[in-house]
Structure formats: C-alpha cells, structure tokens
Design a protein around this ligand. Structure first.
Ligand SMILES: NC(=O)c1ccc[n+]([C@@H]2O[C@H](COP(=O)([O-])OP(=O)(O)OC[C@H]3O[C@@H](n4cnc5c(N)ncnc54)[C@H](OP(=O)(O)O)[C@@H]3O)[C@@H](O)[C@H]2O)c1
Length: 161
C-alpha cells in the first residue's frame, strides 16, 4: 500500500518506519529537517520523501501525526482530502495542556470538520513512541480510538505527547 506520512516525528516517523520495513511504499513529509526525512526514507526500499501535498497525492492512506497547534497550517499545505483515507494519530495537547474543543466536539470530530470529505479514522493516538518504534508482531494487540464513543466518555484523557 502507498502511505503518506504527514508529520514525521516520534509517532508518524515511527509508524512510517514500521510500514516501510513491512514492505509498504511510504512517503515521509512535514519535518523542518530534510536530512531527518532522508534518514527515515532509508528504512525501506519503497520509501521516499516529499511535501505534505505530495504525500496526499501519492497515498492510498495518509497518516496524520502533527502537533495539534499546527493542524490548520499543515492542512493548508496538503490540498483537498476529499475522498482520501486519513488515519489521525493526533491528540489535542497545546502549550497549556489539553485543549478545549469547539462546540462540544471530540478531537476526531474537530478534525473531521477541518478535513471535509475525508474518510477519517482515529488510531494509534494512545500509543507511546517507544511502543510504535518496536517491531510489529502478528497477532499483537492494537489500540485505537474513534469518534463513536458516547458523549459522556469523550473527556477521557489521551496519552500525553
Ligand atoms: N509523543 C507521544 O507520546 C504521542 C502519542 C500519541 C499521539 N501523539 C500525537 O501525535 C502527534 C505528533 O506527536 P509527536 O510526538 O510525533 O510530535 P513530534 O515528535 O514533535 O513530531 C512532530 C512532527 O511535526 C513536524 N513539524 C513541522 N513543523 C513543525 C513546527 N513548526 N513545530 C513543531 N513540529 C513541526 C516535526 O518536524 P521536526 O522533525 O522538524 O521536529 C515532526 O516531524 C501530536 O498530535 C501528538 O499529540 C503523540
């Protein structure tokens, strides 16, 4: 599968490494350090680097793992996500801790609102970077979170970035 990584840090970078080592084609993007992107892309034969827009155009699935405060900025660089599969690994942490979200929305609902038409799912946002950096095991337990939680449960605290 072709996977575009937008946000190649501890979470997106490690997820991309695991995908690249597993034989997927991976495009790493959105770091201020092109050397770091090149180093990530050396992890798999099908890996490369590019811009966030190129990651979206290249990908069958986009891994979205950027700091919460930068989401609007990076979305502006990505172009339309309509019809695209987006795996949202973000958590709503800002400089002052957990951010208040508008209109009583969950984090994934907030991001769905700013990614019109995207096929958005929340996943892996409860993992620690050290866990996502270890080799995947067939049959191991995956952790995911999605917007279908009842409203009363929405304030549970995600893992700290
Ligand atoms: N860390 C965790 O334990 C954890 C767990 C689950 C979910 N999350 C969530 O996953 C998302 C990414 O977290 P992370 O820990 O992977 O973050 P991170 O390591 O800081 O990575 C953020 C990525 O965004 C890039 N970026 C581009 N412009 C930037 C700018 N102006 N300022 C800061 N970063 C910039 C960084 O580039 P550079 O290479 O230049 O730094 C890096 O590739 C966040 O929403 C976080 O809440 C984190």
């Amino acid at each position: 599968m072709r996977v575009g990584i937008v946000g190649s840090g501890r979470i997106g970078g490690n997820a991309g490494i695991q995908l690249a080592r597993s034989g997927h084609e991976v495009l790493f993007s959105y770091s201020r350090d092109p050397v770091k992107l090149e180093r990530l892309a050396s992890e798999g034969p099908g890996a490369r680097i590019g811009t966030p827009r190129e990651a979206v155009e290249f990908a069958e699935a986009v891994v979205f793992a950027v700091p919460w405060r930068l989401i609007d900025d990076v979305l502006g660089e990505m172009g339309t996500l309509a019809g695209r599969v987006v795996v949202d690994m973000t958590n709503q942490y800002g400089s002052g801790g957990l951010e208040e979200l508008p209109d009583g929305l969950s984090a994934v609902e907030t991001n769905a609102r700013r990614m019109p038409g995207a096929m958005l799912t929340k996943a892996f946002n409860t993992l620690r970077p050290a866990i996502s950096a270890t080799s995947p095991r067939v049959g191991s337990t995956a952790t995911s979170r999605c917007s279908s939680r009842p409203r009363s449960n929405r304030r549970s605290t995600p893992s700290r970035p």
